[in-house]
Design a protein around this ligand. Structure first.
Ligand code: ADP
Ligand code: TRP
Length: 331
């Protein structure tokens, strides 16, 4: 049994990318490992420092976690800011995190490009807070999508540095995890390579989307004139539709449309209609539970409180030991 940590930022509803990249693994792992799954509300301030509905978004991610099948009696489900010990570990790790290495992180460079008017220190030190999230429970496995690979590398750098500088073997090295497979990336409906709420709302299918909305979004997905030669390579937007179909549809359906594509007989309208129906079937159980949970504030409060207690217990132990290692002593 290993210790597992992962989190998702509360910046909106969860989409199919979040599900296949992260949440699906949370659910599988909870019965095999000692798991901590949190809602990264501190992290969401790096991009949205004055959020318009922070609590609403936190609630929505919590509901999505539970609707997808996370069991609060089995794993520890908590809200990052309910465990402020992580902020202390973040502070301590920042003392040994170097500006140069933080500036070189791809996600930071990307943010400089996309939000040049809000390049704050929290954004720069995003990887140190993420490392603190993981190592505060001394986790070894971190279920995340492909885009988080570099952040995990940074975490390992901070772990090794901590152990070396303080001459201890205290923190284990965590690895990104996707059930023995390569890390996953679900593409967007708008032709982009990553389904992401940060980039384009229209590229996303949310687990809570209604059948009508799913049909509308999928039918609008970007396609082209279709192949003109047998076995032609697919352009990105077409790869995307096939990749989403591979995630949600039965294997035979995918093979059927692969065959039509390869023989130039494909009609994207038909393919999209089928894809929309398969997404609707896939989403149905999530959507139903999301609706059920939305009005159950008492239950959500209980879950959050129970999770916070368990998380704080684990984090306090680590902080106490880290303080001793660094040399803080009480009089
Ligand atoms: P977004 O990019 O929509 O803002 P987050 O950055 O909050 O989503 O991602 C939360 C989790 O979901 C992370 O583990 C991330 O790797 C995963 N994830 C997000 N989008 C995708 C995607 N399109 N494919 C696979 N995993 C994804
Ligand atoms: N950076 C992650 C994302 O954007 C969210 C996150 C914050 C996280 N802290 C974490 C994921 C710790 C795994 C472990 O999706």
């Amino acid at each position: 049994m290993e210790t597992v940590v992962s989190g998702i930022r509360p910046t909106g509803e969860l989409h199919l990318g979040n599900y296949f990249g992260a949440l699906r693994n949370f659910i599988k792992m909870q019965h095999e490992h000692n798991c901590y799954f949190f809602i990264a509300d501190y992290h969401s301030l790096t991009t949205h420092p004055t959020p318009h509905d922070l609590h609403g978004h936190v609630k929505s991610v919590l509901i999505n976690y539970l609707a997808a099948g996370l069991d609060p009696e089995v794993s520890t489900i908590y809200i990052q800011s309910d465990m402020p010990q992580v902020a202390e570990l973040y502070l301590l790790l920042n003392m040994n995190a170097y500006i140069g290495e933080l500036e070189r992180v791809a996600s930071f460079k990307e943010k400089i490009r996309t939000q040049p008017n809000n390049v704050n220190a929290g954004l720069l030190t995003y990887p140190t807070l993420m490392a603190a999230d993981i190592i505060i429970h001394r986790a070894t496995k971190v279920p995340v999508g492909k885009d988080q690979g570099q952040h995990l590398e940074m975490t390992r750098t901070f772990v090794n540095r901590f152990n070396r500088l303080y001459n201890v073997e205290y923190f284990p090295e965590p690895v990104a995890y996707n059930f023995g497979e390569d890390l996953i990336k679900i593409p967007g409906l708008d032709g982009s390579t990553k389904m992401s709420k940060s980039d384009n709302e229209n590229s996303c299918i949310y687990l809570s989307d209604s059948p009508e909305l799913i049909r509308k979004k999928v039918m609008r997905a970007v396609t082209d004139q279709g192949p003109t030669e047998p076995m032609q390579a697919k352009p990105q937007p077409i790869i995307n539709i096939f990749d989403i179909m591979a995630a949600v549809s039965p294997k035979e359906t995918l093979e059927h449309f692969e065959g039509l594509y390869n023989t130039c007989q494909i009609r994207y309208g038909d393919m999209k209609k089928q894809l929309a129906e398969d997404v609707i079937v896939f989403n149905a159980p999530f959507r139903e539970k999301i609706q059920e949970l939305s009005s159950n504030n008492d239950y959500l409060r209980k879950v959050a409180k129970h999770g916070a207690e368990k998380a704080v217990e684990s984090a306090s132990k680590t902080i106490k030991e880290v303080r001793e290692i660094i040399g803080f002593k009480s009089f």
